[in-house]
Write a protein that binds this ligand. Structure first.
Ligand SMILES: O=C(O)CCC(=O)C(=O)O
Ligand SMILES: [Fe+2]
Ligand SMILES: [Zn+2]
Length: 583
């Protein structure tokens, strides 16, 4: 591959230094802004309150002493010893396999009588509006926690309250956009979650022995701020929580349909007909999935691809390079002399980049918070094909070009519809042969089904996309599935594409899943050893990427090629403006 990297756009040394300083300052600012947003905002998630000193120390003692953790196991409201904590249920049994309650089988004892007077008082004082009929008691030793989750919408009504006893704890609340708010729940306080904080934000307790808390004497409940001068570490004690909920008997009608299991369509997603639908499709079938599979995905992505390395290596030292959709950051460390920044829509992937000491931040590729014209080069590998309309794909490309300085270059990779090129099958298809052989083995030994290893990255250079070494035998993924109207077909891994807009299955290997909860609140149907997630792709036809780029007025196409199942293009931002669209 011959690429000419000579550019006639020259900044002198001082200008370059100035530009770099500006960019560095901007990035520092952005980082601080993000931190400020994450920690500094004084506001609690909407709908959340913490009522301090809701009960006396005597009542706390009484409640704690009332719990019989050693009750015999024949008892209906028996204790479960979950890996992370001790749990007991009253009113209704809670099933962690499906994160739901058996609504037809209330437990005969109901809620413990000892709770009555407290609930009456809280109702009378207006802290709660409905009388709960289900109680879960959780006991956490220091070092134990509960994975981030949203209590199943269809299982419980809006209001969920949790009484903290014995010891305080910091609870993490996360908005789907990635904002995390840490909330101190003091001992003897009542956490009340309603509305957005109950339906949309996840809550969880990170398993650790110490919490970072506010040092000030007068500080009790609420957000932990980022005021470094006022933070201290506090050792956790044994915390027991009484979580009261009201079982729901009608489907949930909340305003958060994206995360509502009552409102989620049972039918497979269909081809989007509006920008809003496209954005929702991407949210559910791209963003959420990468968040879930981040750890496992990253473990299959370590070998940089030669053509991409060649593009990067040809850039001069000191280049400012952005990797849009950087994943686990496998290109971010390619040349220590570059100023490389990565961004990705997945917070969990960005966290992996940061663990590796790379500069990365969370953002959408349609709105990258980096100044126009500030990059010498951009790469975007296996990203644009996740946008669900032609307009959104153009917008994503336009955003990349906006970042480039005049003369700056961008390398774009998208997955190709054609997995056979110049009479040669891509590795993606060729691996199917191995899969077929493996399948035969599997047929002989069904017990191994689902336990087979996901492919390593060494063999995955064939595709920019997720791939599996083995095409699991799964009837529902069969390509013979009939596709009605605009329903998106589910692609069978390692086979040719029959549609440009598809759902590609990812079989999550749970053991290595960085962010995979181990027990309760795992994916529904956790008995499946290999839960399947589907990611939306628009695979590009021959010439489509070029044609899409030609709609951008301010770029020159330097090169366009096919690389192991992907269409690839190198763009250069034009020097002069030919129209009004100059950015
Ligand atoms: O321990 C707590 O306060 C929360 C427990 C919880 O979120 C749950 O059981 O769903
Ligand atoms: Fe919960
Ligand atoms: Zn709901």
């Amino acid at each position: 591959m011959e690429i000419n990297y000579q550019s006639n756009f020259k900044l002198n040394k001082t200008e370059k230094k100035f530009l770099r300083k500006q960019i560095k300052a901007r990035h520092t600012l952005l980082r601080h802004e993000a931190q400020w947003k994450e920690l500094g905002h004084q506001a609690l998630p909407p709908g959340l309150t913490v009522v301090e000193e809701i009960i006396s120390s005597e009542d706390e003692k009484m409640l704690l002493e009332s719990i019989n953790w050693t009750e015999d196991l024949d008892n209906q409201n028996f204790q479960k010893s979950l890996k992370h904590r001790r749990v007991k249920h009253f009113g209704y049994e809670f099933h962690y396999e499906n994160n739901n309650v058996d609504k037809d089988k209330p437990l005969p004892e109901g809620l413990p009588d000892i709770c009555d007077s407290f609930l009456e008082k809280w109702l009378a004082e207006g802290y709660i509006k409905c009388r709960p009929d289900q109680l879960t008691i959780n006991q956490y030793e220091p070092g134990q926690g509960i994975p981030a989750h949203i209590d199943t919408h269809s299982a419980f009504e809006d209001e969920i309250i949790s009484l903290s006893l014995g010891s305080e704890v910091v609870m993490d609340f996360k908005h789907p956009d990635g904002i995390t708010v840490q909330v101190m729940l003091p001992r003897r306080s009542l956490l009340v979650m309603t509305g957005e904080s109950r339906y949309l934000w996840t809550h969880g307790i990170t398993p650790r022995k110490f919490d970072t808390v506010q040092a000030s004497e007068d500080y009790k409940s609420g957000i932990i701020t980022s005021d470094i001068g006022d933070l201290t570490l506090r050792k956790r004690g044994i915390r027991t929580s009484f979580t009261f909920r009201k079982v729901r008997h009608m489907p949930c009608t909340c305003n958060y349909s994206l995360v509502c299991n009552s409102q989620r369509k049972e039918t497979p997603p269909s081809f989007p007909e509006s920008d809003k639908e496209a954005s929702q499709l991407e949210q559910e079938y791209v963003h959420q999935v990468y968040e879930e599979i981040a750890g496992h995905f990253s473990s299959t992505r370590h070998t940089p691809w030669p053509h991409i390395v060649a593009f990067l290596k040809a850039l001069p030292d000191g280049s400012i390079v952005a990797d849009i959709g950087c994943g686990n950051g496998k290109y971010l460390g390619i040349n220590k002399e570059f100023y490389m920044i990565g961004c990705d829509r997945s917070k969990n992937l960005v966290d992996i980049c940061r663990e590796r000491q790379f500069q990365a931040f969370v953002c959408d590729a349609l709105a990258v918070p980096v100044r126009s014209g500030s990059c010498d080069a951009c790469i975007s590998i296996a990203v644009i094909h996740h946008f669900a309309t032609a307009e959104r794909r153009v917008a994503a490309l336009r955003e990349i070009v906006r970042l480039l300085r005049p003369g700056g270059k961008a390398l774009i990779y998208v997955w190709a519809m054609e997995q056979e090129h110049n009479n040669q099958k891509s590795k993606y298809l060729r691996e199917n042969r191995i899969s077929q052989e493996k399948k035969e083995e599997i047929k002989c030994d069904k017990s191994t089904q689902g336990l087979l290893e996901q492919k390593s990255d060494i063999g995955s250079q064939n595709s920019a996309s997720s791939v599996l070494s083995i095409d699991y035998i799964q009837e529902k993924e069969s390509s013979s599935k009939t596709v009605t109207n605009s329903e998106l077909p589910i692609h069978t891994n390692r086979t040719s594409f029959h549609s440009q807009d598809v759902l590609v299955p990812w079989h999550l290997k749970t053991k290595t899943g960085k962010n995979k909860p181990v027990e309760p609140f795992g994916s529904v149907g956790s008995c499946d050893p290999s839960p399947v997630f589907h990611r939306y792709y628009h695979v590009f036809r021959d010439g489509e990427l070029e044609a899409t780029c030609q709609t951008l007025s301010n770029v020159i196409i330097l090169q366009s090629y096919y690389d192991q199942g992907n269409w690839c293009i190198i763009l250069q931002k034009a020097w002069v403006c030919y129209g009004a669209t100059w950015s």
